[in-house]
Ligand binder design. Structure first.
Ligand code: CTP
Ligand code: ZN
Length: 157
């Protein structure tokens, strides 16, 4: 790739979340619990050209790898994303996110009476459906287009 095409600088060590659905970069950051207060170096590209047609978002986080739970939730909001692990400027691992049967943590249940909202030490768990997710504790359904609104603001997970 020529420097002309490179919108966001390469990183030395960390994770590049690439091919993110255009418009979803800030939701990816929310999944990672990144709001700038943690001091991580983060670069974001939004609506950058991808391939011959189309646009994508890209999120680059220095010095951090992702947990499986984080990758699982990213697969819901950016099904085409690739997770690239960077070490000493090289891509040492590249994986497409895969849709999973369930996600734990990170998402919050919209049902205020759900046990997961009761100050109990219970981690959230959702079954993944074709068009959304269903709370494993109370069966409340969050539709696919609403998933991003139910990311835990504290970034716990
Ligand atoms: N990247 C980066 N810093 C590095 C190496 C790579 O930010 N030190 C970024 C690239 O800019 C790209 C992504 O990580 O967005 C994947 O890099 P690479 O595999 O080299 O790019 P492509 O071959 O274009 O990836 P793909 O085939 O997944 O589209
Ligand atoms: Zn619930």
């Amino acid at each position: 790739m020529s420097d002309k095409e490179l919108r966001v600088s390469k990183i030395r060590n960390g994770t590049v979340i690439d091919h993110v659905t255009a418009g979803q970069a800030l939701n990816v950051l929310a999944v990672l619990g990144i709001d700038g207060s943690g001091g991580e170096s983060v670069s974001i590209g939004m609506n950058v050209p991808s391939g011959k047609v189309g646009q994508k978002d890209v999120v680059k986080v220095e010095g951090r790898e992702l947990s499986q739970s984080e990758v699982d939730v990213i697969s819901l909001i950016a099904p085409q994303a690739t997770i690239n692990i960077i070490r000493d400027f090289d891509v040492v691992e590249k994986n497409r996110v895969e849709r999973t049967d369930s996600v734990t943590g990170i998402l919050v249940c919209p049902n205020h009476n759900c046990i997961t909202n009761a100050d109990e030490p219970v981690k959230t768990a959702f079954e993944v459906l074709d068009d959304g997710v269903r709370c494993s504790y109370c069966d409340t359904i969050v539709r696919e287009e609403d998933v991003a609104e139910h990311i835990d603001a504290r970034g716990a997970g």
